[in-house]
Unconditional design. Structure first.
Length: 253
């Protein structure tokens, strides 16, 4: 039976999942779009329910996904209120939230540690770039944006489900990274990022968009890297800076 009422409990529940506190309370989050839902299915994510609109779901690939989990149909008007896209594809998923507090370290591993990252678009883009560059994981350290924020998922373009992601306190990160080479970026860095030593296992420590890295993390790094700035800008976007470093790590592989 198609859901047509805006007062339906499921509709209200999905709307609540746009808020961090409800995502944490219920241990769920909502994603939408062919690429993202497809990536969730392929990765074996625990999907509680697929939500679709028959009138909007014209993709054969999208329709094939409906065989992968329990489904519920909603009207076009309902789906558009649940969507954050101008032209929704007509499919979404309620997914069980999994929380990782550590990552496995491999001898050739490259990891990104984000300290205090607050912009969900940046975090999602970094996850996507980590996937593209073959990194082994992304760590959110301390007070950061919630990794299941809709904008994080959207910007990751499905990589959210393929890149290992962990959230750690600063103390937990310090213990985890005790025996791993760490690099940091700094406006006062003395090592050009293209000449840095990217010996693995390696963690790229990236500071928040506004504050950068705290002094204790800069001091603990094996090298403090600098990215040349030739124009009037004093710094690069966090996701752009991370991308430059991630691809430099591949030069030695």
């Amino acid at each position: 039976m198609m859901i047509t009422s805006f007062q339906n409990p499921l509709v209200k529940r999905i709307k609540r999942l746009k808020q961090k506190k409800y995502r944490q309370q219920e241990g769920l989050f909502f994603v939408e779009g062919l690429r993202v839902v497809g990536a969730a299915v392929q990765a074996g994510a625990t999907i509680e329910q697929l939500v679709y609109c028959d009138a909007l779901l014209v993709s054969e690939f999208g329709r094939s996904l409906l065989q992968k989990a329990p489904t519920v149909e909603v009207s076009a008007a309902i789906f558009r209120t649940l969507s954050q896209r101008d032209h929704p594809a007509g499919i979404g998923a309620i997914i069980k939230r999994t929380a990782n507090d550590t990552l496995q370290i491999t001898s050739d591993g490259v990891y990104v540690a984000l300290f205090g990252a607050s912009d969900p678009g940046n975090v999602g883009t970094i996850i996507r770039t980590a996937d593209a560059a073959g990194a082994n994981g992304v760590i959110l350290v301390g007070d950061t944006v919630d990794v299941t924020h809709p904008a994080v998922i959207k910007a990751s373009m499905g990589a959210f489900f393929s890149v290992p992601i962990a959230a750690m306190s600063e103390a937990a990160f310090a213990e985890w990274a005790a025996d791993i080479r760490t690099l940091a970026t700094s406006a006062k860095g003395t090592v050009a990022y293209r000449t840095a030593d990217y010996t693995t296992p390696l963690v790229l420590m990236m500071g928040s968009e506004r504050e950068g890295l705290a002094a204790k993390w800069l001091d603990s790094a094996a090298q403090q890297l600098t990215i040349p700035m030739h124009g009037t800008s004093s710094s690069l976007n966090l996701a752009v800076a991370t991308a430059l470093l991630l691809y430099e790590t591949q030069q030695d592989h």
